[in-house]
Design a binder for this molecule. Structure first.
Ligand SMILES: O=C(O)C(=O)[C@H](O)COP(=O)(O)O
Ligand SMILES: N[C@@H](CCC(=O)O)C(=O)O
Length: 418
């Protein structure tokens, strides 16, 4: 059995974590802070757990420059459960509830008028640029009805029925009335299809799924109503989802619709554990929080702050430079062997995190041989997502530059021998 330092793992999520963090984790699992009690055994309401929570929030604020204030321009950092998919639902439940609460005020509390407004105006805008945003849009339609979901763009329609491009802005069809738009949703990086937004799209009440490129580059936080990401790629262990929520959609700055009103309007009332105002009010401790997962995320973030001591601007910029360097090396190796490799997404939207390509036009035997040869060199986790096949190199933060170099060398050697 190979030891950890003999292999390089490129899995898409769960994904590699920095070895020093895991080494420290193995110690705190047995004995946290010299207390004689392991970290998974302590109460999530203890002073130790609260300190872990606060340190992780602080590190994240520093990395992404997240505005901290109780005013409307501030953002809350929440730790949730239910994964990225849980937030597909939470986004709809919370944003619709905030929108309806706002409209109730506008109609002076007249519920009959409000019912008309909901029926005729409520729209949820979705960019469908890959399989995750597709799933999110389907969840929205399941919860509020397809008549309220507007697809701003469906990238498949611009590329022979397959994902791999982000269509030109001139082709987007956002809801024309921004007052009708309860949310505009996009997935910043599509893991399965290897597509990444190159800049923040425009849209009213912007919500982003950053599960798979969280903490890999600076983010224009203040353009968003909400940002979320499952931890299990760049940030930590599976079990928590991090959400950055604007105070503008939380009490006291927003009055969310009450469950009784939503029921009358035929709109869904979500489970309390997905209710952002409840989680925010309780500083993520409404119910038992897996504090070990928060600890891991905190350590990963503190390490990023240490290894990339950026002098000015967002502290995550150093990590962006490293991600760029690794992904450029791999893409340039693929491009210079285009007789063997074919990168799946369009050049204009290539993901720095998930590099999806085919070997010899998707020839099954060639792709199997490629994977076998990689495994023999200790290069693991390279199989594409089961829904699309092919090869996928996931280039998350904990993949060292040396691993990317070793992989690039293998790409070269395989191409020569193929
Ligand atoms: O974006 C991805 O890639 C993901 O794997 C999803 O965020 C995973 O969603 P969950 O499995 O965490 O619900
Ligand atoms: N995020 C992983 C796994 C997701 C899944 O298969 O459910 C991927 O894109 O490969």
């Amino acid at each position: 059995m190979p030891s950890r330092d003999r292999v390089h793992y490129f899995g898409a999520g769960p994904a590699p974590l920095p070895t020093p963090v895991l080494e420290e984790a193995s110690k705190v699992l047995l004995n946290y802070n010299d207390s004689g009690v392991g970290i998974t055994e302590i109460s999530h309401r203890s002073a130790d757990a609260n300190a872990i929570l606060a340190a992780t929030q602080k590190a994240l604020r520093q990395l992404l420059d997240i505005p901290e204030s109780d005013g409307p321009d501030g953002y809350q950092i929440l730790f949730l459960q239910g994964g990225g998919s849980g937030e597909f639902s939470a986004v709809v439940l919370n944003m619709v509830s905030a929108w309806v609460g706002g409209k109730l005020k506008e109609v002076g509390g007249d519920e009959a008028k409000l019912a008309e407004v909901v029926k005729n105006q409520l729209k949820l805008d979705y960019f469908v640029t890959g399989s995750w945003s597709l799933k999110a849009s389907q969840e929205a339609a399941r919860l509020v009805g397809g008549e309220h979901v507007n697809i701003v763009t469906d990238a498949r329609k611009h590329r022979d029925g397959k994902f791999g491009v982000i269509p030109e802005q001139s082709t987007w069809s956002a809801t024309s009335d921004k007052d009708s738009t309860a949310l505009t949703y996009y997935c910043d990086n599509e893991t399965v299809d290897g597509v990444e937004f190159q800049s923040t799209p425009t849209g009213h009440n912007l919500v982003a799924d950053m599960s798979s490129n969280f903490l890999s580059r600076p983010v224009e936080v203040s353009k968003h109503a909400a940002i979320f990401g499952g931890a299990q790629k760049n940030v930590g262990t599976t079990g928590i989802t991090i959400a950055i929520i604007s105070n503008r959609i939380l009490p006291p700055h927003a009055e969310l619709a009450k469950p009784e009103l939503l029921r009358k309007l035929g709109l869904p009332v979500g489970p309390v554990v997905l209710d952002w105002p409840t989680i925010a009010k309780n500083n993520s401790l409404y119910n038992t929080l897996p504090i070990f997962d928060v600890w891991i995320a905190g350590k990963v973030m503190e390490r990023l702050l240490q290894i990339h001591p950026t002098a000015s601007g967002p502290k995550i910029a150093g990590q962006q430079a490293e991600s760029d360097k690794k992904s450029q090396l791999i893409y340039s190796t693929l491009d210079s062997n285009s007789n063997v490799y074919h990168v799946v997404p369009d050049k204009s939207v290539r993901s720095r995190m998930n590099i999806c390509f085919r070997v010899k036009g998707g020839d099954d035997a060639a792709e199997k041989a490629f994977l076998k040869g990689a495994e023999e060199r200790g290069l693991l986790g390279l199989k594409g997502h089961r829904s699309v096949g092919g090869i996928r190199i996931s280039n998350y933060n904990a993949v060292p530059v040396a691993a990317a170099e070793k992989l690039a060398q293998y790409l070269q050697d395989y191409a020569k021998s193929a």
